[in-house]
Design a binder for this molecule. Structure first.
Ligand SMILES: [Zn+2]
Length: 490
């Protein structure tokens, strides 16, 4: 390819500068703040003008130039890695939760923002596993934490049974502190892939044993979530794993409630917090002594930040998936907004010049957002104007497959409007036993050192290798060529 002439280089740069110059000089755009008052249930009055959208676009160009500058031009490595996983967090869930967030604030909703919208880089990832088109949370966790795709139900092993080390192990080997936070049982498939190796995800008693007995789990500085039953009452080997953890962590602090977790903050050792026998309660149904995901996130980051050589932490909003399985979208979206608050907390407590934050999902769910609802239509309610071919109204959010169809005894679909609420079942097209995972790509968002690598469409098992590369970790499993680049690029 012939070398570019100077004009070819300067012209794109000149074009790039146009919008910013336009922003600065155009009197039509002066004195327009970012937050605009909204009319109830509809767009802001300012949205009806061209100048509003031009100002908004200019602000976004400037913000993107600002926030990408450091990570692209700066060769520094990530001292800390935070991986945040929304279980079952489909792109439809992102959109619907964003609208709900705005509507809870009395706004129209569509123009609202999630915390991940501050992230400079994003892409998609392909979630299939070795034997499944639409995967489960075990094989996907092995991909995004271990870097190897495997078969459904398998945690921390390849499909042919080879042990797969996790990013937690790579970080531990590099001298970093490690930990995990989840709203599910800490022995559930997603968090389990951070430390365990089992052929069947249902083998949670063994997963709990590996967490306290084996590395890297026994070195975790922070373990926060649910699942106390797997450590004591449900065990068939007579062991009390909490007592064992306390005996090998004499400086450690064990918590069963928010009050006890707050007391642990003043301790110096490791933390084990198990706040329910099984999964933690949905945020909508939680008692006051159950810590929120953002509270657990804050405690974890603050404790891990005390480690001079950096840390890796896995943080999961695990019950978005459960809300979807129950086809109760109000629960799923509320759990997503709890996850959103945790992401916001992570952003506030870290410096993007030294901490890489990656947010993604393991797999999608079959939630759809369909119809022609008007701006500001309550996202958990009915499309006020549209009708089906029989003249019956329908909801904006529906599941492809789920527990409940709004059908009468004559088989005709009924208007579900009177039965829809924040906690009700959501209609589905196909009557199944429960909501099911779906197989389309999921989003990946990244901020911090080397975050520009997280773009385009990626295989899910690429993610931990990129995170390891960003922090200069020796994965032990990373191809030699990539490892050489790690060694020479910093
Ligand atoms: Zn699931």
């Amino acid at each position: 390819m012939p070398p570019k002439k100077l004009g070819q280089i300067l012209l794109p740069l000149a074009l790039l500068s146009l919008p910013l110059a336009f922003c600065a000089d155009d009197p039509r755009l002066m004195n327009q703040g970012r937050e605009q008052p909204t009319t109830r249930g509809g767009p802001a009055v300012e949205e009806l003008t061209a100048s509003y959208w031009l100002r908004q676009a200019c602000d976004q160009v400037a913000a993107r130039l600002d926030r990408t500058q450091d990570t692209v031009t700066d060769g520094r490595r990530a001292k800390n890695i935070i991986m945040m996983l929304g279980d079952g967090l489909s792109i439809t869930t992102l959109t619907a939760a964003r609208i709900l967030k705005g509507q809870r604030q009395g706004r129209s909703g569509e123009e609202s923002k999630l915390a991940v919208e501050e992230f400079p880089y994003s892409g998609l990832c392909k979630t299939y596993c070795t034997n499944e088109q639409s995967p489960d949370s075990a094989c996907t966790a092995t991909a995004y934490l271990g870097g190897v795709k495997t078969s459904s139900g398998t945690v921390g092993q390849s499909a042919d049974g080879e042990i797969v080390e996790s990013l937690s192990m790579w970080a531990h080997r590099a001298g970093k502190a490690t930990g995990l936070v989840t709203t599910t049982r800490v022995t559930d498939a997603s968090p389990a892939a951070a430390f365990a190796h089992v052929a069947r995800r249902s083998d949670e008693l063994e997963i709990a044993r590996q967490l306290v007995d084996e590395q890297p789990g026994r070195h975790f500085k922070v373990i926060l979530g649910g699942g106390l039953g797997k450590f004591s009452l449900e065990r068939r080997d007579g062991r009390d794993l909490v007592q064992h953890w306390q005996s090998v962590n004499p400086e450690g602090c064990f918590a069963r409630s928010l009050s006890e977790l707050r007391d642990c903050v003043s301790s110096n050792g490791s933390m084990l917090g198990l706040f329910s026998d099984s999964n933690m309660a949905y945020h909508l149904a939680a008692h006051k002594e159950q810590p929120s995901l953002s509270e657990m996130t804050a405690v974890a980051i603050e404790r891990l930040s005390e480690h001079a050589d950096g840390y890796f932490v896995f943080i999961e909003g695990g019950r978005i998936d459960h809300g979807h399985h129950e086809t109760r979208v109000g629960y799923a979206l509320d759990e997503m907004l709890e996850f959103d608050a945790a992401i916001d907390m992570a952003l506030r407590l870290t410096d993007p010049r030294e901490t890489l934050i990656v947010v993604t999902a393991d797999h999608s769910h079959s939630l759809t957002m369909s119809g022609s609802a008007k701006r500001g239509t309550p996202i958990l309610g009915m499309d006020q104007l549209q009708r089906d071919v029989n003249g019956v109204q329908y909801s904006t959010l529906n599941y492809a497959i789920g527990k409940w169809q709004s059908h009468g005894k004559d088989g005709r679909r009924e208007n579900p409007g009177k039965t829809l609420s924040q906690t009700s079942f959501t209609p589905s097209y196909i009557h199944g036993r429960k909501g099911v995972h779906s197989g389309e790509d999921v989003a990946v968002f990244a901020m911090g050192p080397k975050s520009h690598l997280f773009s385009g469409i990626m295989e899910q098992n690429l993610l931990p290798h990129l995170m390891g590369y960003a922090a200069g970790l020796d994965s032990g499993a990373t191809p030699c060529e990539l490892q050489r680049k790690v060694d020479t690029s910093f």
